[in-house]
Design a protein around this ligand. Sequence first.
Ligand SMILES: [Zn+2]
Length: 276
Amino acid sequence: MDAELHRLIESFARRGGNLLVVTGEGVAEECGVASFRSDARPFVYEGKSYDVRTLMTYELFDQAPGAVWAWHLRRLAEVRRGQPGLVHQAAARAAERLGDRLRVVTECVDGLHRRCQHPAEGLFEPQGNLFFMRCAEGCTPALYPVPDGLLGRTAQQPFTAPDMDLLRCPVCGGPTRPHILWRDESYDEPFYGVNSVLEAARRSELLVMAGFSGHTNLANKVAWEFTHNHRARIVDINPDPNPVAALARRIGGLAYQSAPSALLPEIFDVYAAAAS
Ligand SMILES: [Zn+2]
């Protein structure tokens, strides 16, 4: 960490402000979880070929729930092979020390923060989480873990009647769906915490964006929210050029073309030490 970044982190922590961290696909990629956006493989289910982009829509779920579930289960199997990395571990440690002075928002659906025992009250997953399902009819806001009995099946295997029983809502007996914000849906508070995320952005003075893909709307909105507060600063850490880097510099923050794990764990440690 250079001296300028160290000074910035320490001064915000000592002033008593809140820290908001957005972890993006660049963080997941360091843990061996590839973005679905780079997935060009055709997906075939019951002899029919599907475009990846349509598999992330409510429209297709309505017509072909088996294909949509089978694809999400394939993604889940891949994500389960990834392991939480230095960023997830440092985030969970800092969350224990900082309490409500730290909020972490992830644009990833890989569940890596939760798998690192990150305290639930300080973590937002506004794109959803592949490890969970919920009632497709919305009869309850409850989330249920995807049943173990579905994890070993291959993507091409058609769903059997016992499989379908595992995918029933425990409350109304109707179908469940993956807990994922699809491309033709909007953020809401009950399932995705949109208001809570924006409120956390308004209550924080320092934003660290790490490995942000530039593709998720809410993370973009969070960054813009910081431009309305003249005391707020953004630090962007990303191996790839992205629009937040310019925004960060414009409001007096810093941008690093770097792997998230090279800087973010130290940022958490310096902030937590200076805040205590
Ligand atoms: Zn239900």
